[in-house]
Design a protein around this ligand. Sequence first.
Ligand code: ADP
Ligand code: MG
Length: 426
Amino acid sequence: ENVMRENAMPNSTVTRTYVLPQLPMTDAKENVVVGADRIVGFSCSKEASLSTNVARKLLLGNSMPVVEKMENVGCNKLQEVEELGESRILVFVRLRPMAKKEKEVGSRCCVKIVNGRDLYLTEFANENDYLRLKRLRGRHFSFDASFPDTTNQQEVYATTTAEVVEAVLQGRNGSVFCYGATGAGKTYTMLGTVESPGVMVLAIKDLFTKIRQRSCDGNHTVHLSYIEVYNETVRDLLSPGRPLVLRQDKQGIVAAGITQCRAYSTDEVMALLQRGNQNRTTEPTRVNETSSRSHAILQVTVEYRAKDSGMNIVNRVGKLSLIDLAGSERALATDQRTLRSLEGANINRSLLALSSCINALLEGKKHIPYRNSKLTQLLKDSLGGACNTVMIANISPSDLSFGETQNTLHWADRAKEIRTKVAETN
Ligand code: ADP
Ligand code: MG
């Protein structure tokens, strides 16, 4: 079946929605030409641009309206990626609900999530905007999980981070990143609100529960630190003051004089993090008044001490890093002033450095360019190799954010590809 679904809308005129999946051009053509009212074209692969082309031609030729509604399609040609064992990056996408502001200006939803994994991105254009119609594009992506806007914080935590927390208790380091444009939902996902606490809080809550269950096995100590990297300067969010200096010591790179809080309860942690977050550097920009150009890193160190049957001391340490990255949008697109460009350059430098480190690690390179940014120096012992790494890409559903969403998804898709590459070479 080449035409995936035909949809009769409940109103007087019958509207047919055609979805062009990964099809050879000829098939797609034959099946779509007949009386289609709306067409969705998206790409799954090399062939996909062909089907997009067909859709485009048809749209122009028959002056059909651009698709407004995505159909649930049963296209499930997922490239199942093998488990990678020691080195794997899990990539997730979270769609946030449409904001009131976005609704008010009449924006349309351009993202559709199907089967909890597949994600379809549609570009809209005005019917008589031929120039844009000509370049109109739709895309298909698939991730380890794609969370629709109805997904709650607990579900996101359970799917993305619970396993990482378990591994930290076993002494294995791990990190979870939120990546995406300003306003896409990174801070909501990481920190959340008092009513709906996010991954940072849920991770610590879970950690405490697990530790309580194992309290008779030995002694666990939990320490928290919460820092920000802003404009390549490291600040302590738990006790703001002078910038922290990074030093290399026996344990690796440490921020000298950093506040290490002993944590005992979840409420305490939420209060601590909220206070810390208020210390984050936020700057007014033309796009978003509270646009954050800083990276926030929560590091949770769990130390385990016990005596084994031979009365030898067992000591293991696991570190969990939870990172709310700065907005991934291009700084120059929002503000041309020099300071902003400088900040933009640094943000890009950190994100770029992060990407190149992940790349290098997974390609098995000897030299990993951690030194290129403060962010990567801080994450040196929590990234790749024997660590669990998780990416959560946050996106807005609004067609007004189409460009940013596309960029974010491409970044996420690349992170996923790196993983695939490793699978093939192993
Ligand atoms: P970012 O940190 O990426 O700039 P925020 O997390 O601050 O974005 O989110 C922008 C706005 O959208 C906030 O008002 C936030 O409360 C809201 N929001 C984001 N994600 C969700 C979600 N999954 N459910 C409900 N509201 C959300
Ligand atoms: Mg934020």
